[in-house]
Design a protein around this ligand. Structure first.
Ligand SMILES: [Zn+2]
Length: 163
């Protein structure tokens, strides 16, 4: 049973929640995500909540469950990720990509900007337009159409130039 509670007062990430978000920066050890959606298992279904205000989350290299020297090799700006909250007492919350369902759900080509369709391999995405490829942590739920529409529907729109 899916219930939708956009702008719910409960829409604050809690331990165990799954977050949908877009990568806005990535360095060697840490990446920052803008969160659009909180998915919360509540005993009889998953509650889908849009965030009430601009909300960020961090991913650390050790929480991706994929070998890399620099986090920026496997995660790129514009990617949509699905991650589980592992630390919620610190803001922004930290998420982990450490199960099969978690990881990149929509990848964007860093060279040409194309959205990469569902990959054939489990650990590599290849751009259909320019053939650029990278190894990364691909979620078993990878689906650019579904996740992008969910992300766009729930994200906080910012009309001010100040973020
Ligand atoms: Zn490309």
């Amino acid at each position: 049973m899916l219930t939708k509670g956009k702008y719910s007062h409960l829409a604050i990430p809690m331990l165990g929640d799954v977050l949908v978000g877009q990568v806005i920066s990535v360095g060697d050890r840490i990446s920052t995500i803008t969160v659009s959606t909180i998915l919360r298992y509540n005993g009889n279904g998953i509650k889908i909540m849009g965030v009430p205000r601009v909300m960020h989350s961090y991913i650390f290299r050790g929480d991706v469950d994929f070998p890399c020297t620099k986090l920026g090799e496997i995660i790129k700006i514009g990617d949509l990720v699905l991650g589980r909250v592992k630390i919620d007492w610190f803001k922004p919350v930290f998420i982990s990509l450490d199960t099969d369902e978690l990881g990149i759900v929509t990848a964007v080509c860093e060279k040409c900007g194309a959205t990469i369709p569902t990959p054939k391999m489990t650990d590599k995405v290849i751009c259909p337009r320019c053939k650029n490829s990278r190894r990364t942590k691909i979620s078993t739920l990878y689906d650019p159409v579904a996740w992008r529409s969910l992300h766009i529907r729930n994200r906080v729109r910012i009309y001010s130039s100040i973020q």
